[in-house]
Design a protein around this ligand. Structure first.
Ligand SMILES: Nc1ncnc2c1ncn2[C@@H]1O[C@H](COP(=O)(O)OP(=O)(O)O)[C@@H](O)[C@H]1O
Ligand SMILES: [Mg+2]
Length: 297
């Protein structure tokens, strides 16, 4: 295994924007997206990384981009074919960097939920709706919804929470036609994802897509149905009525919850045991979804 996590990259001479997890390099008409091993929990990026987590996210996204028949941003996944400047060390980028079409990002998080969890469950308890969608009475936490629902959110500026909005508000923000198209596509991709995930024992409880526009085309961008952008639940342990164990971050959340960290200041370093077990879960999810042995074990 790679012994130490890749917490950040600094490619010489290329303009860089850092997201929570990805280092995004601007190459003009293209972007180089590098998934680091940073991990966030309770809305904080932790000081400790999970070795190879970035590779897991990249491999899972690449799998879906290949499997789904939808227009997407992916141009190249082989770092030796990316024509990067000579001075760039390719080794740390292998398996985690992708070259993509640079788009104008639609400023909406396209969330689809098939089960009642997280902010959806909170909103439902308060008023029986999720993002303005009225749901049947009497649902329990983690219950499966009668059918998947589209529950958009605004893309928050760095450090802020995303805010759930109604479909009407989304329409006012970006236009009704585009909103309808995004809802249709998001529900369709989610359904395809659910079907495949189910066949390998994972419940894809919900997920978030991003779309971008380029040369008049609307394409799927960012990451797709990864453990970071979705709730993956082990199907064998599914039981409504309480929150579910997540596939990947459960050890991290449990350990942080049991620690004396107040969730309102710089988080503590994770112990090695939590790192090792978390890494194993990410890799397990990756192998299940992609059906291939993880190459960097
Ligand atoms: N094809 C693309 N065109 C433009 N921006 C993109 C594309 N794919 C992903 N992005 C953006 O790159 C960033 C990815 O970094 P990430 O660490 O996931 O950020 P965040 O903290 O916003 O989740 C996101 O802001 C995402 O919107
Ligand atoms: Mg992101």
């Amino acid at each position: 295994m790679s012994d130490s996590p890749l917490l950040k990259t600094d490619l010489p001479g290329i303009p860089l924007k850092r997201g929570k997890v990805r280092d995004v390099y601007d190459l003009g008409e293209q972007l180089l997206l590098v998934s680091s091993d940073r991990i966030s929990a309770f809305d904080w990026v932790l000081p400790t990384g999970i070795p190879d987590k970035g590779r897991v996210l990249t491999q899972v996204s690449n799998f879906w981009f290949d499997k789904l028949e939808v227009a997407n941003h992916l141009l190249e996944t082989d770092v030796t074919k990316m024509d990067l400047p000579e001075a760039v060390d390719l080794d740390p980028l292998v398996g985690r960097a992708v070259l993509v079409r640079k788009t104008k990002v639609v400023p909406i998080e396209c969330v689809v939920r098939g089960y009642l969890a997280g902010s959806g469950w909170k909103e439902y308890q308060a008023d029986g709706t999720v993002c303005g969608v009225t749901l049947p009475a009497g649902l329990k936490e983690s219950d499966r919804l009668p059918e998947p629902i589209f529950t958009p959110a605004t893309k928050a500026e760095a450090g802020d929470h995303d805010e759930n909005i109604s479909f009407e508000q989304m329409g006012q923000q970006i236009g009704t036609e585009l909103a309808e198209e995004l809802r249709r596509r998001s529900l369709d991709i989610y359904r395809q994802g659910v079907e495949h995930a189910k066949s390998v024992g994972i419940l894809l409880a919900d997920t978030k897509f991003e779309f971008g526009q380029v040369e008049g085309e609307l394409i799927l961008i960012d990451e797709v149905m990864t453990p970071d952008s979705s709730r993956f639940w082990p199907a064998a342990e599914y039981e409504p009525g309480h929150s579910q164990q997540s596939y990947d971050k459960q050890f991290v959340r449990d350990w942080l919850s049991a620690s004396d960290w107040d969730k309102d200041s710089t988080p503590p370093e994770l112990p090695n045991e939590v790192v090792v077990r978390t890494r194993e879960k990410y890799i397990e999810a990756c192998e299940l979804i992609t059906g291939a042995a993880f190459p960097w074990k």
